[in-house]
Design a protein around this ligand. Structure first.
Ligand SMILES: N[C@@H](CCC(=O)N[C@@H](CS)C(=O)NCC(=O)O)C(=O)O
Length: 209
């Protein structure tokens, strides 16, 4: 299987970590997002939404969206389970994956894409150009900080984000935390649970993926 990837982008990193946890080898195809390769005809034919990751199966089937790709890899290779071991755990893992995407990563996207110099005219991903709105960058930073407080609460008494075991929710929260730190949004000073959790998940070998 091939993964259309970009080493510096947060979304494909989530798939790389997920695959590394499962010991699944993927052939990486680097797409140069910084130089606009995602908008060229060749990549548009692969994903008209002009985003990575895309998983291409050996029969040519293509799967887009991090959650869909990870769910596919989970079914293909169930061990170790990363999207829950029981129906209840699966519900918790997907619920937290969704909260982190909607309240954390989308806010982070607003913060980053509405302020980065190289993304003028591309404040949203995809083929349609959207201008940056600096107020959205400010609001995004505020929302990310607020979401870290929500995560801090959730990790009080939970070893991992979705409960007692490492899951796709931890992978998504790790990528959010690293992406935020890269843009100078640090974890709140008093977030003892988040810091304890971060140390644990970022020291897993898969975090280097
Ligand atoms: N909802 C998509 C999000 C994918 C996404 O936003 N990918 C970003 C990289 S993190 C991208 O390809 N950006 C292209 C660009 O910046 O033009 C998913 O889950 O796969």
């Amino acid at each position: 299987m091939k993964l259309y990837d970009c080493a510096t982008a947060p979304s494909p990193r989530r798939v790389r970590i997920f695959a590394a946890e499962k010991g699944i080898q993927l052939d990486m195809v680097a797409i140069d997002l910084a130089n606009g390769e995602q908008f060229g005809d060749a990549f548009r034919a692969i994903n008209p939404d002009c985003v990575v990751p895309v998983l291409e199966l050996d029969d040519g089937t293509r799967i887009t969206e991090v959650l869909a790709i990870c769910q596919y890899l989970e079914e293909l290779n169930p061990e170790p389970p990363l999207i829950g071991r029981t129906p209840e755990e699966r519900a918790a893992a997907v619920a937290w994956f969704t909260k982190i995407e909607q309240q954390g990563l989308l806010a982070m996207r607003d913060a980053f894409r509405n302020s980065a110099k190289g993304l003028k005219g591309h404040a949203l991903t995809g083929p349609v150009g959207y201008e940056q709105i600096p107020e959205l960058a400010e609001r995004g930073r505020h929302c990310v900080r607020g979401f870290f407080e929500r995560l801090e609460q959730q990790l009080d008494g939970n070893e991992f984000v979705a409960g007692a075991y490492y899951s796709i929710a931890d992978i998504t929260a790790l990528v959010l935390t690293d992406f935020a730190a890269w843009t100078k949004i640090e974890l709140p000073d008093d977030s003892v649970n988040l810091r304890r959790w971060y140390e644990k998940v970022s020291s897993r070998p898969s975090a280097k993926a």
